[in-house]
Design a protein. Structure first.
Length: 450
């Protein structure tokens, strides 16, 4: 039976906010120095006429979500903007009342059709990727959850039980989840604090000798400077995936810099994650890489907490790639390939043992995949899409509410800190990093938590 808490989307507005980078970011062979935030404000209403607004924001991220040899960055950006605007309008036509998870699940049925329509209208000559669809719709998804929590005067993560949801998780996953709801896989209060993963991009200078141009601000630029200022204990290293010698040497160099900087501040324990952005041709590359790192820098090898998406995001096209042997050495985390529950099941079969949650794939989708990963005993982390301002707080709130998440990435402060300024005074523990952690206990307000 419908619940009195159910809502309908009555109004929705999508806009775009340009964001410039203070330093270029290179990953997966691509460089980004600017982006847009997709900002969406919605108003939801109960059947009794009670209404409230909510907000969602997410980087457009086309370079990551839609890497293509056929479609230029300018065209994929325009297509994703069109998708974000159109899906926001379509959301107004959902005829029924429901829980945000239910509303977004039904709206997702329109994604493929809308993607095909935009690809045809803009003569792209290539299908609109599912990952790009998810990113373009993610700000809307967040806004609906935010509005629902605000309407009922509670934190949105506390509206995930039988009390608010009409359907159990079998609707969104499968029969293994019969009688289960998302409150079983989320925390009622956010964690006190969480380790912050700092990104070391392929172009990022490690020492002063590597600096060719220093931004005109007071922020660090070299890895050593960042470690000293923020007390970092977690470093995410971007690697090439198709240049073995460079990848090994990069890790060795970072280890040398980190040892010097950590020793100077008296830190004895820190960790690395390794991100190949799907550029490795096969598992042999990963195995050879790990062997060489262990030989040349055994301490660095021991510090590796997990490896992220080493091979192609197209799992169905490459069933021959099996990662089981690498996963015996380190957790192998699926990221770009993880676009739905089916993809998670395929990834597990192919040897992935961990999941990277990203709010840019949708708040609803992230919650469901977090539940599945926990049930299957998989390693969990939360990554971002150079999230900044509201979008970073949203990403952090997700990480703080999933029990087994190990750490959260937050590189917006490194590359495009501008939108952070309006939030930093109200929530200093989230933006003024001192001991390598973010103070997530403050993300306990109504709506998404801030």
């Amino acid at each position: 039976m419908p619940k009195t808490t159910d809502v309908k989307i009555r109004d929705a507005v999508c806009s775009f906010e340009p964001v410039s980078f203070r330093a270029p970011l290179k990953f997966g062979g691509r460089v980004i120095d600017k982006t847009f935030l997709i900002n969406v404000e919605v108003t939801v209403e109960t059947q009794k006429g009670k209404h409230e607004s909510g907000f969602g924001s997410m980087p457009l991220g086309n370079i990551w979500a839609w890497p293509s040899l056929k479609v230029s960055g300018e065209k994929s950006e325009a297509a994703m903007k069109a998708f974000a605007e159109e899906i926001t309008t379509i959301a107004l036509s959902i005829p029924h009342y429901g829980h945000p998870l239910e509303l977004m699940y039904d709206l997702a049925e329109e994604f493929d059709h809308l993607g095909r329509q935009i690809a045809e209208q803009q003569h792209l000559g290539e299908a609109f990727p599912k990952l790009a669809q998810l990113v373009a719709a993610s700000a809307l998804d967040a806004a609906v959850h935010d509005a629902f929590g605000r309407l009922h005067g509670v934190n949105s993560y506390n509206t995930l039980s039988r009390e608010f949801m009409n359907d159990d998780l079998t609707t969104y996953l499968d029969e293994q989840f019969k009688g289960e709801y998302l409150d079983q896989y989320t925390l009622r209060e956010p964690k006190e604090c969480m380790p912050l993963y700092h990104l070391v991009g392929a172009l990022d200078p490690l020492t002063a000798a590597d600096v060719t141009a220093r931004p005109k601000d007071n922020l660090p630029i070299t890895l050593g400077e960042w470690i000293k200022q923020d007390g970092l204990t977690h470093l995410k290293i971007k690697l090439a995936g198709d240049h073995l010698e460079w990848d090994v040497e990069r890790v060795v160099q970072i280890e040398n810099v980190a040892v010097e900087a950590q020793t100077a501040r008296g830190c004895k324990q820190w960790w690395y994650s390794l991100d190949f952005n799907e550029k490795c041709e096969n598992v042999d590359y990963v195995l050879t890489f790990l062997k060489k790192v262990q030989e040349q820098a055994p301490a660095a090898y021991d510090r590796v907490q997990y490896i992220e998406q080493p091979t192609s995001r197209n799992l169905k096209a490459h069933p021959e790639i099996k990662l089981h042997e690498a996963a015996k050495l380190k957790p192998i985390v699926v990221d770009e390939a993880l676009v739905d529950y089916e993809a998670l099941l395929i990834a597990r079969d192919q040897g992935y043992t961990g999941v990277a949650l990203k709010t840019c794939k949708g708040h609803s989708e992230s919650l469901c995949l977090a539940a599945a990963a926990q049930k299957f005993g998989m390693f969990l982390c939360v990554q971002d899409l150079t999230c900044t301002g509201f979008s970073f707080l949203h990403s952090a709130s997700l990480a703080a509410r999933i029990p087994t998440v190990a750490a959260i990435e937050g590189n917006g402060r490194q590359y495009c800190p501008g939108p952070n300024k309006r939030f930093a005074k109200a929530l200093p523990s989230m933006f003024q990093i001192k001991d390598g952690t973010v103070g997530t206990s403050v993300l306990n307000d109504i709506g998404l938590g801030f």
